[in-house]
Write a protein that binds this ligand. Structure first.
Ligand SMILES: *Cc1c(COP(=O)(O)O)cnc(C)c1O
Length: 403
């Protein structure tokens, strides 16, 4: 068989495979060197065989690389792998998760359009919408993630995009993606889901009716806290627009970061299972502690949307939050008494992280807005990592003893 035929036979065989197999193998095209692991192409530009070929590449008549702001083989490898895992036609890598959201909005919306966004999205996403999108004449309405009637009632004649993150951070609330997708379809708007907390291993929004999925690859896709990056996946017609924006405006993913994420994907399925198992065990342990007044985790039967989570997700994720008896002082004492977990706002890392949302990630909100969002002063968030569960429980016992 010729090289091309072998490649297309491999691609066909892969198309039938499970997500674990796609995570390890999708998107790879071997070079003439026959390398087993994917190479990093650290090159800014590419050489053409002739003047005629250069002209054809520039005009788009001939397929191929021109410049790494446009395309790069390592970035393409990552894009194709994550697109295969999300069940998408195409993916576009970006320089960060925020760049993924910005590129989606810039490529697909115009002045005069209206976005409906769930109130509990990543704080910086809200700042981007309010400060920068509104400046360019895009209107934003915020609705409760969980209340389908609010989504419906927010629809206007110029609504062009519905944007959500489910489950939410840090309270682990859910939206029913299928229901919100119906509203989007009825008003001819695009449903965009930030799937950072679940990854395609735990939730595939496109299969539930969403049009576009965005990721901060910085989190679980990397999984070890090394690189900043993002990705957008969806239908080719939409992704061509997003790629057009990236090529022109420049928030491109670096080949080195793409390679780190690509290798991260190979272990994503195993890591997510371990994150979920540790988080559930910790949530159950915390729920049994008298000085913990509430635990927010969709894997607990006490969670009001546990049934929806079990239906919509293949695991309940690695992030949970809980409230201690008392207020800010008690929460701070708990956090400062821990010795193993890291005090940092990041998440999606092999290392467990702990943070006090009211005074860090959500400190920009007014006290009233924080209270409305359910971020109380006694709330602590954990992004549970891959350490041994017994050691994590011992560390939580240190926190409990300080109360
Ligand atoms: C971190 C994060 C982002 C932003 O990603 P960056 O890579 O930091 O730009 C967006 N959405 C969610 C849910 C996140 O957790």
């Amino acid at each position: 068989m010729s090289e091309d035929k072998e490649q297309s036979a491999r691609d066909q065989a892969l198309a039938e495979c499970h997500i674990d197999t796609l995570a390890v193998r999708a998107g790879q095209t071997r070079t003439m060197e026959g390398e087993h692991s994917e190479p990093i192409f650290t090159t800014s530009s590419y050489v053409f065989n002739s003047a005629a070929s250069a002209a054809a590449r520039f005009s788009g008549e001939e397929q191929g690389n021109v410049y790494s702001r446009y395309t790069n083989p390592t970035v393409r490898n990552f894009e194709q792998r994550i697109a295969a895992m999300e069940g998408a036609e195409m993916g576009v890598g970006t320089s960060s998760g925020m760049a993924a959201i910005l590129s989606t909005v810039m490529a697909l919306l115009k002045s005069g359009d209206h976005i409906i966004c769930s109130r509990s999205v990543f704080g910086t996403t809200t700042v981007m919408f309010n400060k920068y999108m509104e400046k360019f004449g895009v209107e934003i309405s915020y609705v409760s993630l969980t209340d389908i009637d609010e989504w419906q009632q927010a629809v206007r004649s110029n609504t062009a995009m519905l944007f959500m993150e489910t489950p939410s951070n840090p309270l682990c609330e859910l939206a029913d993606i299928t229901e919100v997708a119906c509203i989007a379809r009825d008003c001819s708007a695009l449903l965009v889901v930030d799937n950072c907390f679940c990854t395609p291993v735990l939730q595939q929004p496109l299969s539930l009716g969403a049009d576009i999925v965005v990721h901060s690859a910085t989190k679980y896709l990397d999984g070890q806290g090394r690189c900043v990056g993002g990705v957008v996946v969806g239908k080719q017609q939409h992704m061509d627009e997003v790629l057009g924006f990236i090529r022109t405006c420049g928030p491109t993913m670096s080949p080195f970061n793409a390679w780190v994420f690509l290798k991260g994907l190979e272990t994503l399925n195993l890591r997510m299972q371990a994150h979920c198992a540790n988080a559930l065990a910790l949530a159950q342990w915390l729920e049994s502690q008298p000085s913990v007044t509430k635990v927010h985790y969709a894997g607990l039967e006490s969670h009001p949307q546990h049934a929806l989570a079990a239906r919509q997700m293949r695991g309940f994720g690695g992030v949970l939050s809980f409230e201690v008896a008392g207020g800010k002082d008690e929460a701070w004492r708990f956090i400062d008494a821990t010795r193993i977990v890291s005090l940092t706002a990041n998440l999606g890392d092999a290392k467990t992280t702990i943070v006090h949302p009211a005074t860090t990630t959500h400190s920009r909100l007014t006290p009233e807005a924080r209270a409305a969002a359910g971020i109380s002063d006694n709330l602590i968030r954990l992004a549970v990592g891959l350490e041994h569960i017994d050691d994590l429980i011992v560390d939580m016992e240190r926190g409990i003893s300080a109360l």
